[in-house]
Design a protein around this ligand. Structure first.
Ligand code: ATP
Ligand code: MG
Length: 255
């Protein structure tokens, strides 16, 4: 059996008294597409950031390529972080940097590339998301869709082996959302990366998956392929998929 690239063992994450994730166990394998779904506020972003080593679990272990994020030295974390790209929800761009500089940032920070190599890679990434002409623009001058694409260009700059995407089609019109989905699938193909992607859009979830993971009641439940998820017996999953107001997810007051 192939070794997982990401592994959570008995992971709980809390912020002060607020328990977000409890006893999470999961494994993500090389080059797979794992799709994360669940209600707003259920902990999807926290899950992604914890997997990426950006949040520390209050309990349990998170391993990336078999190495526990918390056991690594600063240099070790820095090295491992090069293999990881993240497109943050709402893009989290550097507001005072141009589109070009936003994409160049991780390359300057994490790679030992020459100026010329960095320039070539930045232009390649901007081209991949159709933003070559916007290279001099600041984020506030860009539309929501452009910012989403720029967040992706920055995330792929280092050709990450693991790519995290947090709701990349959020706020996009149907045509741009389709374009974005095609772009993501094409990039995945090109980079050959492992993809962990959060989405609120079920048709996208089915289109991308892979395996689907449902976050709810502080737990992460692997619900399987698109078809397995649609027919999943867990009543919380069914409530979520059917968008019902009442049911175990909302009645229990857990979320
Ligand atoms: N840095 C933080 N400090 C304190 N609480 C946090 C932090 N990050 C997230 N939380 C809390 O964790 C819970 C889950 O948040 P999270 O952002 O993971 O939800 P989500 O599933 O991504 O929601 P959405 O679909 O709206 O993006 C929320 O109650 C949130 O307030
Ligand atoms: Mg989120």
């Amino acid at each position: 059996m192939e070794s997982p690239v990401l592994e959570m063992t008995d992971v709980s994450v809390r912020f002060d008294e607020d328990l977000v994730l409890e006893e999470v166990n999961l494994k993500i394998y090389p080059k797979e597409t794992a799709v994360v779904i669940g209600l707003s506020g259920s902990g999807k972003t926290v899950l992604l950031k914890t997997l990426a080593g950006l949040y520390h679990p209050s309990k349990g272990h998170v391993k990336c390529y078999g190495r526990d994020w918390d056991d690594l030295s600063v240099i070790g974390r820095h090295d491992l972080a090069q293999k990881v790209g993240m497109q943050f929800q709402k893009s989290a761009l550097f507001d005072d940097l141009t589109a070009y500089e936003n994409v160049a940032y991780p390359l300057k920070e994490h790679s030992r590339s020459s100026k010329e190599e960095i320039h070539a890679r930045v232009m390649e990434c901007l081209k991949a998301v159709d933003l070559e002409k916007a290279k001099g623009m600041l984020p506030f001058e860009m539309s929501g869709g452009m910012k989403q694409r720029l967040g992706i260009a920055r995330a792929i700059a280092l050709k990450p082996e693991i790519l995290f995407m947090d709701d990349p089609t959020a706020g996009l019109d149907p045509i741009n959302s389709d374009n974005m989905a095609d772009l993501i699938l094409a990039l995945k193909e090109e980079i050959g990366s492992t993809l962990v992607i959060v989405t609120h859009d079920l048709s996208r979830a089915y289109q991308f998956a892979g395996r689907i993971f449902f976050v709810g009641s502080h737990r992460v439940l692997e619900t399987g392929s698109a078809d397995e998820t649609k027919n999943h017996p867990d009543p919380r999953v069914q409530q979520y998929l059917q968008g019902r107001l009442t049911g175990p997810l909302t009645d229990a007051g857990d979320l």
